[in-house]
Design a binder for this molecule. Structure first.
Ligand code: GLP
Length: 242
């Protein structure tokens, strides 16, 4: 396939699609180099500026990455985030990754006003506040901050969360089976402390999530999480109408 000069589609956008097809057809995999901007310009009869625009776009989309002085390479595909009431552990295992967790903070604190309101508990009532760095194959993926009422899982603190899934502990040790949930996901900028934990440059884009999970109509967890936007994407099936 070649660039069509008569097409209303800008040349840099045509090259984007051609390049993505070419990567698949040539069987290139993650970390394989793509041809230099000069080579691409010659192959497709395009100016260096147009080629650079395409590469910039593909880098911004997370499809390619540049290594200064070395070239441009095929990036890892993003992980599709399950839009379900799944645990991080289940979600990562389904996708073939080894899930992990590192405890950052675990303490019992009085629920603040907005946390209490969202969890439908009295302000000041004790909640487990758990902050964890979540990893996939050892790579930091997200910082998760969970709040769980002390009353429903009183001795939760005796169980190690670096070895077991929180949802599995709730189910197996406390008989809590989550049956519904709701989640809000929005674009955000990574806080400096989280950027350090996630190994991201300060100010990197992230996906900020807030999830409430329920069992028998009672709020079990209010979680606020920060996921790397360079590693995650959302994917959902669409129903024909609302
Ligand atoms: C997801 C949710 C969190 C929840 C976690 C439990 O990542 N966003 O709110 O705390 O799953 O995961 P696990 O059971 O692996 O500890």
């Amino acid at each position: 396939m070649a660039i069509d000069p008569a097409s209303p589609v800008p040349k840099y956008a045509q090259l984007r699609d051609l390049l993505l097809d070419w990567i698949v057809e040539s069987g290139l995999s993650v970390d394989d180099p793509v041809p230099s901007e000069r080579e691409l310009g010659t192959t497709y009869g395009l100016s260096r500026m147009t080629v650079r625009q395409t590469i910039d776009l593909l880098v911004a989309e997370g499809k390619l990455y540049r290594v200064p002085g070395k070239g441009t390479f095929v990036a890892r595909p993003k992980i599709e985030m399950a839009l379900a009431l799944a645990s991080f552990t289940e979600d990562m295992r389904t996708r073939g990754f080894v899930p992990g967790a590192r405890d950052l903070t675990r303490r019992v604190v009085p629920a603040g006003g907005s946390t209490a309101r969202m969890m439908d508990i009295a302000p000041g009532s004790p909640v487990h506040h758990i902050e964890r760095l979540r990893t996939a194959d050892g790579e930091p993926m997200a910082v998760e901050r969970s709040n769980i009422p002390l009353s429903i899982a009183p001795h939760l603190d005796v169980f190690s969360l670096s070895e077991r899934s929180l949802y599995a502990i709730l189910e197996e040790e406390f008989g809590i089976i989550l049956d519904s949930g709701e989640q809000t996901i929005e674009a955000g900028i990574c806080e400096p402390a989280d950027a350090k934990l996630l190994g991201l440059p300060p100010g990197s884009p992230v996906l900020s999530m807030q999830r409430r999970s329920f069992a028998n109509g009672r709020c079990v967890e209010l979680a606020r999480s920060t996921y790397r936007a360079d590693r995650y994407q959302l994917h959902s099936r669409l129903d024909p109408r609302l």
